[in-house]
Design a protein around this ligand. Structure first.
Ligand code: ADP
Length: 166
């Protein structure tokens, strides 16, 4: 069975992440969306919330599951029996960091390949950080995140679902 791990903060999962997951699902029998603990990023959503929101958003994708991990990604990937790590590439700005990360992971364990996937053009400018900023300021993010995440963010920022669609 071909298994890939898609790791990230997913704070929260966006339609850009979803696009990458759909592409990965075409190549692998199973994809695990692995939510990183990552305290240093000072997340908006707790680990539990990020996992819960991702699970709700991906509920219909039968070959995709959501898990959490702490510590070294390659150790987690080996433990799960994965052959590959998936990462998304939006623009040149992602490239340098992602390249370093991929080479470091290869240094740590050369049996796991990193595969980069590019989303549809319309998601190349999309990031969790952008979605959080826009939502906080009352902007409409419905087009950029799955419905369960849209609802949760609208509630958290005190917007009614109706008013945010205008
Ligand atoms: P991390 O903290 O690991 O960067 P993120 O949740 O921000 O976690 O991103 C996880 C992965 O998804 C990264 O490889 C990132 O480049 C990629 N990614 C984030 N947003 C998008 C997007 N809009 N389109 C494609 N890939 C994306």
């Amino acid at each position: 069975m071909k298994l890939a791990i898609y790791p990230g903060s997913f704070d929260p999962l966006t339609n850009g992440h979803l696009d990458v997951i759909q592409r990965a699902e075409k190549l692998f029998d199973k994809v695990i969306v692995a939510v990183a603990k990552n305290d240093s990023k000072n997340p908006m959503f707790t680990m539990e919330e990020r996992c819960q929101l991702a699970s709700e958003s991906l509920a219909e994708m039968e070959r995709v599951s959501v898990d959490r991990f702490e510590g070294l990604l390659v150790d987690y990937a080996i433990e799960q029996g994965a052959q590959a790590i998936i990462r998304g590439l939006r623009a040149i700005s992602d490239f340098e960091f992602e390249f370093q990360l991929a080479l470091m992971n290869r240094h740590l364990n050369s049996s796991i390949e990193t595969i980069f996937m590019m989303p549809k053009d319309k998601y190349t400018f999309l990031s969790s950080r952008m979605v959080k900023e826009v939502s906080k300021l009352g902007g409409d993010i419905r087009e950029f995140v799955p419905e369960p995440i849209y609802r949760t963010m609208a509630e958290r920022h005190g917007l009614s679902n109706e008013s945010s669609t205008q």
